[in-house]
Design a protein around this ligand. Structure first.
Ligand code: UDP
Ligand code: MG
Length: 319
């Protein structure tokens, strides 16, 4: 494919982003113009916004931008909020339908450095099918988010999903990647795991994270926990194996303990009152069992939502 024919789509998930979306689109259009002027992408490259059930004026602004810039700015509106992963999936599949050679996803608050987009395109021209944006640091994240994210990536690595730390959803995907994505019908698809797993040629681009220009983060403790749990249970069954191993160790330990108790009772005849030991053991194993049931429950939850095979999202309008 010759470089100047590359049709690039930029997708932006938006949830209550009325404060930033206009300036973000204008900035990205000028970034696109710059890359078009260098002959690296085609003139019909465009932006595709996914309104993830915003309650503010986000969709009205998207419509205004569409009226102003025509097919350079297109979009889809969900009937309700489905979360950032589903908005991204809708964006990826949406631009596949509209047509593109590659697509880049970026946040509406433009915290990711838009100047890295050209580097993504260069890597694509060098043959990469996926280009992943890696944050240089997490200076803009809160202490809590920084360390929980670090723990999450460490845990995922231990569990066998080798996602590079400081990975983000700022990434380029080729048309081939989109064709593969379309074949995966699972509802709880975790994109960072998915694009890593499919094994297409991947390049990495490092970028600086800026503070959010306006508004506030749309993620809270609960939504981040749910994203992390979904990521783990969708891509690793190691926790279930750990539960099995813990169960086995507990059984072996209890057998040894029982043997010792029997030995003391019948041969030494000096059975201590042992109340403390009993209570501690009871509490410990009670906790362990509930914890293990919880892990199993998470997987059953995954099966439950996959088995129903409901649509991932419902669209209200598109332009
Ligand atoms: N977002 C979304 N749906 C949600 C939550 C977030 O589409 O339910 C979008 C949001 O509008 C933004 C991107 O996902 O474009 C990242 O969200 P945010 O900037 O709030 O997250 P943070 O930078 O704090 O991780
Ligand atoms: Mg942000």
């Amino acid at each position: 494919m010759s470089n100047n024919k590359t049709k690039l789509a930029i997708i932006i998930p938006c949830f209550n982003e009325e404060l930033v979306i206009k300036s973000t689109v204008e900035t990205l259009l000028s970034v696109l113009d710059g890359i078009i002027a260098k002959g690296k992408i085609s003139e019909d490259s465009y932006i595709y916004l996914i309104d993830d059930g915003s309650k503010d004026r986000t969709w009205e602004i998207i419509e205004e931008l569409h009226n102003m810039f025509g097919n350079k700015v297109r979009g889809v509106k969900f009937v309700r909020n489905y979360g950032n992963q589903k908005a991204l999936i809708a964006g990826l599949l949406g631009v596949k339908e509209l047509g593109c050679d590659c697509v880049i996803s970026i946040d509406a608050d433009l915290q990711q450095d838009e100047n890295a987009i050209e580097k993504f395109v260069d890597e694509f021209h060098n043959g990469a099918e996926i280009v992943s944006g890696i944050r240089n640091d997490r200076k803009t994240d809160s202490f809590f988010k920084k360390y929980t994210a670090l723990c999450f990536y460490k845990l995922m690595n231990i569990l066998g999903v080798k996602i590079p730390p400081n990975h983000s959803d700022f990434r380029l995907v080729s048309y081939k990647g989109l064709e593969i994505l379309e074949k995966y019908s699972e509802a709880g698809l975790f994109l960072r795991g998915f694009f890593h797993e499919i094994g297409l040629k991947t390049a990495y681009v490092y970028f600086d994270v800026k503070p959010r220009m306006a508004g506030h983060s749309k993620f809270n403790f609960l939504s981040l926990t749910s994203l992390a749990l979904n990521g783990i249970t969708a891509y690793s069954i190691v926790p279930l194996r750990i539960v099995v191993a813990m169960g086995l160790l507990t059984v072996i330990g209890s057998c040894l303990f029982a043997a010792e108790v029997v030995f003391e009772k019948y041969f030494l005849n000096d059975m201590p009152s042992g109340w403390a030991t009993l209570v501690i053991l009871l509490a410990f194993f009670g906790g362990l069992q509930i914890f293990c049931l919880g892990i199993i429950g998470e997987y059953i939850g995954q099966i439950f939502s996959e088995v129903k095979a409901r649509p991932r999202y419902i669209k209200e309008k598109d332009i």
